[in-house]
Unconditional design. Structure first.
Lengths: 391, 379
């Protein structure tokens, strides 16, 4: 048992740090804060130029070929600097499906465009009537010659307002079990009959949407995998990558922001960092976070050795999101009525407190973390069935 | 980076697991606990023969020269079997102090007996008023002739009933709360002026209050340097906290496994109670509590291997987490066993009591959280 990194991993870490510290400069930081997608596209293209935009892709398709340890180092160094991850819908999600199940034609057309951030993707899974019970989805695709005609609606579609393409689970057959008769299909967002309705989030931002499909005609060649096997395809996607899922480095960074702010904020002349109650709240989170970091490393070590992650990996999503929310909550309390309980972001000069960034927005948007990607309650169902063997 | 046990560590683990499986079933353990000494001398001899008592000691002292991870493996397995024989007080505390503070003559004369299973030891450090503060020490050792005269009282001395030899923390100079001026003394448990009040703790271990009334000690009774005992005591406590955390992890894993098994077989309303989502989600919570505790233990062990002192903050965190998570685990284990869970007959309650004892040993969660805060947020 030891935690030392090998010499080549240490060298790799130096290279990563050097790259990030050089390329994530003030200009890029400002660019990323701007509205819309141009900042993110610019950053992703910079990563692509370095060959690092797709750590999880195999080398043959333009991935990095990194080991599990290298991916972990990359994730940690990126998060610690507050650099956003690439937008996952194209580079992580649909790319994995296309690489695993797509036709040669789909691979040749889509993968290079995804690598170069030419297309912006969104995910069409949830429906107004299908949340955690995803297999109950009703959006219908009916065969018409070489095409499918899609009718229905998808919801909670992040960034649909920017998207060029949407990958959807649609129902092509109603006759069997509800998991059967689902098909995975790629739809051009410019198709006639698609309407995007904005949903303003609890964070007052427009990230979420409802996407309506009214007789949308989609070529059958856009089906990924076999017609009727979409559930299998979707499940393979859910099982894709487990490292980094706990977001330990992100949570560490939030704790650092909290400590920095608590050293400046005062109550009755006493620094919040010296407040016994506040110290206990921080300590309770940090203790759990230190443990989670090693739970993540245990998973990583198993994977690096070529093994399949054990039961310890199942809790990464649950514990990670719980801790994310706990840190966001603490940060909100520190921001209080200076930047916390305001309806939208306000010029810090009005109240004279600078919290570096958006405690409120992170807290409000962060509520989604325990809901998306399979709610934490669904995760517990999965663990009790597959890890504990309870039926 | 790896978190695997070595082949040697796996062999030790398997050998203890086999002992628990074959020779330490619940009825056997109950008979030992109810017996005159509250431990089995035969078992202790077996531990010696199998080499377990030698594991943490240096090869030069006749030991196995094991690492803290080796010790952790032993403690986790002993925890799983709820082994009541005094490994922790004799080997980890008493043996640890002699091995770290003793001169060659002391190490030679004492550790041989510990390793061979002939000598049982104890560390007398708690006083009526001291709770978890080691510096709060009224027991005094004053110079007399070539040696010392020991006066005072120690309470809740683990293995105090059966120990042949004691290491006693006593003040040789300074005031009651001074960190300096403390020294360690080797005292024969049968020496003139030593008297004991015996009682068991809730986890069935036998302890004692020990009074020292003008006990005369030779110069060779002093263990380590006079006046600076806390340094070596803290080093031994670092090992001891990791040992206790390892034992707690073993117990938590066992409680979870027993509870899971029970919910799969116990039927109510015509179905196994493990089919109820209300229980399933809580068993996921206890599983996570166990895995998280184990992860933090691994972090502490890995840091210790690089530099023991560098692990201190993590060890405080570990005691906090073990305190919190063990309460969840034993609480749910009792609850899910229903009426049986609150009987003396079932083992569940006894595992719970050992966890409660561990939480109260060498500082509880609140105590260590304060230490963690001191080290982490100090201005």
């Amino acid at each position: 048992m030891d935690i030392a990194l090998a010499a080549e991993d240490l060298a790799f870490r130096d290279e990563v740090c050097n790259f990030l510290d050089t390329e994530f400069d003030a200009e890029m930081q400002a660019h990323l804060k701007s509205k819309g997608t141009t900042g993110m596209v610019a950053w992703q293209r910079k990563l692509h130029a370095k060959g690092w935009v797709a750590p999880n892709w195999p080398e043959e398709h333009g991935g990095t070929g990194w080991t599990a340890t290298q991916k972990y180092i990359w994730e940690s160094e990126r998060s610690l600097r507050g650099i956003p991850d690439v937008v996952p819908f194209g580079l992580v999600m649909v790319a994995n499906v296309i690489m695993g199940f797509g036709s040669d034609e789909q691979k040749e057309y889509f993968l290079p465009r995804i690598l170069n951030s030419d297309d912006w993707w969104c995910q069409g899974y949830s429906e107004p009537g299908s949340g955690s019970d995803l297999a109950s989805l009703k959006t219908k695709a009916e065969r018409d010659g070489d095409d499918f005609i899609i009718n229905g609606a998808k919801i909670w579609t992040t960034y649909a307002q920017h998207a060029d393409w949407i990958f959807c689970l649609v129902r092509t057959d109603n006759s069997g079990k509800k998991q059967e008769g689902i098909t995975f299909i790629l739809v051009d967002m410019k198709s006639e009959g698609i309407k995007v309705n904005p949903i303003i989030g609890i964070d007052n931002e427009h990230n979420l949407n409802e996407v309506e499909f009214n007789n949308v005609r989609v070529p059958a060649k856009n089906v990924v995998g076999e017609v009727g096997k979409g559930w299998t395809v979707a499940k393979a996607l859910l099982a894709h990558e487990r490292t980094g899922i706990a977001g330990v480095a992100d949570i560490k960074r939030t704790m650092r922001l909290i400590k920095d702010a608590a050293a400046k904020e005062t109550n009755g002349g006493q620094r919040m960092l010296d407040d016994a109650g506040f110290q206990q709240r921080m300590a309770d989170i940090e203790v759990e976070l230190m443990a989670l970091e090693f739970t993540e490393l245990r998973t990583l070590a198993t994977m690096a050795a070529g093994g399949f992650p054990g039961p310890e990996s199942s809790l990464l999503k649950i514990k990670g999101t719980e801790l994310q929310q706990a840190t966001q909550e603490l940060r909100m309390e520190l921001a209080a009525y200076y930047q916390g309980v305001l309806p939208t972001n306000m010029d810090p000069s009005v109240l004279g407190h600078e919290f570096g960034s958006d405690a409120r927005r992170a807290f409000m948007y962060g509520r989604a973390a325990t809901i998306y990607g399979g709610s934490n309650e669904v995760q517990k169902n999965i663990i009790s069935k597959y890890v504990l063997g309870l039926e | 980076m790896n978190f695997d046990y070595t082949e040697e560590q796996q062999m030790v683990r398997d050998s203890i697991a086999r002992f628990v499986q074959d020779d330490y079933d619940w009825d056997t353990r109950r008979a030992i606990v109810d017996g005159a000494e509250g431990m089995s001398r035969d078992n202790w001899q077996t531990f010696a023969e199998l080499g377990w008592l030698s594991i943490p000691f240096a090869e030069a002292d006749g030991g196995f020269g094991g690492s803290v991870i080796d010790l952790s493996v032993v403690m986790e397995e002993l925890g799983k079997g709820l082994v009541v024989e005094p490994f922790f007080p004799t080997v980890v505390l008493f043996g640890g102090l002699v091995s770290r503070a003793g001169d060659e003559a002391q190490r030679t004369s004492i550790l041989e007996g510990v390793i061979g299973g002939e000598t049982l030891g104890a560390f007398a450090y708690v006083e009526r008023q001291s709770r978890y503060a080691l510096n709060d020490c009224k027991t005094s050792a004053t110079s007399s002739g070539d040696g010392y005269t020991l006066n005072g009282e120690k309470v809740v001395v683990f293995n105090g009933e059966n120990a042949d030899k004691l290491v006693v923390l006593a003040r040789t100079s300074g005031e009651q709360f001074d960190a300096h001026g403390l020294s360690l003394f080797l005292v024969d448990a049968n020496a003139q002026g030593v008297s004991k009040v015996l009682y068991p703790m809730m986890d069935a271990q036998r302890v004692a209050n020990i009074t020292f009334d003008n006990v005369q000690l030779g110069a060779d009774a002093l263990l380590g340097d006079a006046g600076s005992a806390l340094e070596v005591v803290n080093a031994v406590i670092r090992d001891a906290l990791l040992a206790l955390a390892s034992e707690a992890v073993g117990i938590m894993g066992t409680l979870n496994a027993k509870t899971l098994e029970y919910t799969k077989t116990r039927e109510q309303f015509g179905v196994a109670i493990g089919s109820f989502q209300a229980l399933q989600h809580r068993m996921v919570d206890t599983m996570m509590a166990f895995e998280q505790s184990k992860s933090l233990l691994f972090k502490a062990l890995c840091e210790y291997e690089i530099d023991p002192a560098s692990a201190d903050t993590t060890i405080h965190a570990l005691k906090v987490l073990i305190d919190r998570n063990s309460k969840l685990v034993y609480g749910e284990a009792i609850q899910m066993h229903g009426g049986m869970g609150i009987t003396d007959e079932l083992d569940i309650g006894h595992y719970a009591k050992r966890l409660m004892m561990i939480n109260a040993t060498l500082g509880d969660g609140s105590f260590h959280r304060s230490k963690f805060i001191e080290q982490t947020y100090a201005a």
